[in-house]
Each structure stands twice: as structure tokens, then as C-alpha cells.
Design a protein around this ligand. Structure first.
Ligand code: NAP
Length: 321
């Protein structure tokens, strides 16, 4: 039973710099069939929310006003017709969250039941919040796309990001050899969980050997070089776009993809209950503590967003509500 009918949320209508982000008081949304009301306990911040807040919000397909936030963890307060129990711990992500309907930068979120997943985990809310989007993306990239096995040598290109750290944690738990790169010399020490940390000059091909799988997080900017870095029979998964180049123009597959090398990509829009359960079980079985770069209370959301915009945090930023 919710006594207070009001909640606080970040509500955007136009491009907004982090220091202009404030909390607005508004009605707690009413549930409807197929949707559940979640009390948000914590949420992670994402690159794609930054893109929305600074620019994409202008696009016609974005609902306005919009509460941003593509993921959260929390508890069911009203299950509607979903079959969830009141108080069930859940994680929610993607599927239009924070773009075509209100997202997680709020005390409560009304979410489509099919994008809300039961997660019986012993992790704290803060640790749990570091998982949904980042780990689902790392997991899908490594297993569905790269078919990662213990005998693989994995290259993580652009590894000093939340996704990179999670990918290293997963691959090391699996006992793979991991080579991780950063474009900043002073960040090499942040990659101590990998077997080798390498400074990325933009040209890795010919300088490292034995790579069977590569997770490309820098994106199209370095993809050609990554494809030429893996061994014959190797797979490259392009998941990130950290390099700021989003597409490949004049893509000529015959010349771009070396003979016998495989190229794939991952898009995190389709999480499932089974996969989310597997992820939390893997974390528990391997006694992993999901990495957090920094945590902020909801009242300091503006500072959290500012710190993300100004690259002040290494790793996942979590906001507790
Ligand atoms: N395909 C999907 O469905 C999917 C899902 C989630 C995320 N992503 C993408 O995956 C990437 C990582 O996401 P994230 O949330 O983990 O990012 P994040 O934690 O917000 O990391 C951003 C940091 O990456 C660092 N970085 C590392 N290598 C870089 C390079 N070559 N150029 C520029 N910056 C670099 C930057 O810090 P320094 O420059 O100081 O190193 C920056 O602060 C993003 O491109 C994101 O859009 C894709």
C-alpha cells in the first residue's frame, strides 16, 4: 500500500546539461493491465541515457516529457495482472524504457511486465544495480555472439568502461586468457584483472598474437584493425561505440572482413528471464562482486550525471533511491 501518492523523478522535455537536472514532484503512475509498478531501489547510469539527455530527446520518437533511465532494480509494489508477488525483487531494462515510456530516474516506475525480471539475489541494491544492462550486454556479447570458451584468448578493446570491466570479470571467472586495452596510459593499472593490459595506439594488428575472440567496445573507429588482430577462425563482436564513430561507410565486406574471420554485433534490447537468472546465478556461483565506479543518492543525481559527462568515474555509476 502506497500512502504517499507523490514521487520524485527527473523529467526532461529538451536537451539538458547535467547541472540543470532537478527532481520534480509528480503523481505516482497508476498500474494498467500488462504493466507493473516497481519501487525503484537503485539504477545504473548509461551512455545511451547521456545521448538521450543531451541530444536524442529532440527526436520525434521520444515520448515527451520523459523520465529517462533504461534500467533499474527494485521491488514490485503493484503487480497488476502479472503474477508477480508484492515485494518480489526485480530487475528491469530496455524495451523502450526511458524513451518510448517513462524510465527509472524516479522513486517508482510503471513498466511492462515482460521487461521486468525476478532476481532472487543476495547482492545489495547498490551492487545489483550495476548488473542489468551492463552484464546483460557483456553476457550476450561474450556467449551468444562470441561463443566464449575457457580455452579462448579474449581481447577487450576499450576496456576501461563499465562493460569492459564486466566482460573481464566474466571471462576471468571462465578462466579465459584476457587481453584488455585502454587508450590512456594512466589507466593501464585499472585493467589489473586482465592477464595483459595494453595501450591502444589504434593499431593492434600484428602486435598481439593468439587472440581467438574480440569484444570491440571502441566500435567502427577501430573495427577494421580488430578484425585483422584476431586469428583465422576468430570472432569479433562489435558492441560499443566509444570511439564516437557509429557506422561504417562504404562497407565492402569482401575487403573489410579478413578471410576466415567472423564479424557479429550485439544489441541489448531483448533481455529474457532465463538470461537474467543465469547472470545472477553466475555472479553468485563465482562469488563475484559486480564492479561499481561510484554510487550517489538520488538527491545528488545531477552530480552523478555531471561526473559521467566529465569522465570522472571509472566504471559503473549507480544511483540509490
Ligand atoms: N550494443 C549495446 O546494446 C550496448 C549496450 C550497452 C552499452 N553499449 C555501448 O558500450 C560502450 C560502453 O558502455 P558503458 O556504459 O560501459 O560505458 P561507460 O562505463 O559510460 O564508459 C565510458 C568511458 O569509456 C572510456 N573509454 C574507453 N575507451 C575509449 C575510447 N577509445 N574512446 C573513448 N572513450 C573510451 C571513456 O573514458 P576514458 O576515455 O577516460 O578511458 C569513458 O569515460 C558504449 O559505447 C555504449 O554505448 C552498447
Amino acid at each position: 500500500m502506497i500512502m504517499d501518492k507523490k514521487m520524485k523523478a527527473v523529467v526532461l522535455t529538451e536537451p539538458t546539461d547535467a547541472d540543470k537536472v532537478t527532481l520534480t514532484e509528480m503523481e505516482i503512475p497508476e498500474v494498467k493491465p500488462g504493466w507493473v509498478l516497481v519501487k525503484v531501489r537503485a539504477f545504473g547510469l548509461n551512455h545511451s541515457e547521456q545521448i538521450l539527455r543531451l541530444n536524442e530527446i529532440r527526436a520525434d520518437y521520444i515520448q515527451k516529457p520523459i523520465i529517462p533511465g533504461i534500467e533499474c532494480v527494485g521491488e514490485i509494489v503493484d503487480p497488476s495482472d502479472s503474477g508477480f508477488a508484492v515485494g518480489q525483487k526485480v530487475a528491469a531494462l530496455m524495451g523502450g524504457m526511458g524513451r518510448s515510456f517513462h524510465g527509472s530516474y524516479a522513486e517508482y516506475a510503471l513498466l511492462p511486465a515482460h521487461h521486468v525480471f525476478e532476481t532472487d539475489t543476495a547482492l545489495s541494491w547498490e551492487q545489483m544495480a550495476a548488473v542489468p544492462e551492463t552484464w546483460f550486454t557483456a553476457w550476450g556479447s561474450l556467449f551468444e555472439c562470441l561463443q566464449l570458451k575457457a580455452e579462448d584468448t579474449l581481447l577487450v578493446r576499450g576496456a576501461t568502461c563499465a562493460l569492459g570491466y564486466a566482460a573481464i570479470q566474466i571471462a576471468k571467472a571462465l578462466r579465459c586468457k584476457v587481453i584488455a586495452t585502454t587508450h590512456r596510459k594512466n589507466k593501464l593499472t585499472l585493467l589489473h584483472d586482465a592477464d595483459e593490459a595494453i595501450l591502444d595506439t589504434g593499431e593492434l594488428a600484428g602486435t598481439i598474437h593468439g587472440v581467438t575472440k574480440a569484444l570491440e567496445l571502441v566500435g567502427p573507429k577501430t573495427l577494421s584493425d580488430t578484425l585483422r588482430t584476431v586469428e583465422k577462425g576468430g570472432i569479433v563482436c562489435n558492441t560499443g561505440v566509444l570511439g564516437g564513430v557509429y557506422t561504417l561507410n562504404n562497407f565492402d565486406p569482401i575487403k573489410f572482413i579478413p578471410n576466415g574471420v567472423y564479424l557479429t554485433g550485439f544489441f541489448s534490447n531483448y533481455p529474457t528471464q532465463d538470461i537474467m537468472q543465469d547472470i545472477f546465478r553466475f555472479i553468485e556461483d563465482h562469488e563475484i562482486t559486480p564492479k561499481i565506479g561510484a554510487a550517489y543518492p538520488f538527491g545528488r543525481i545531477s552530480e552523478a550525471l555531471y561526473d559521467m559527462d566529465h569522465h570522472k568515474v571509472n566504471g559503473k555509476i549507480v544511483v540509490t533511491v
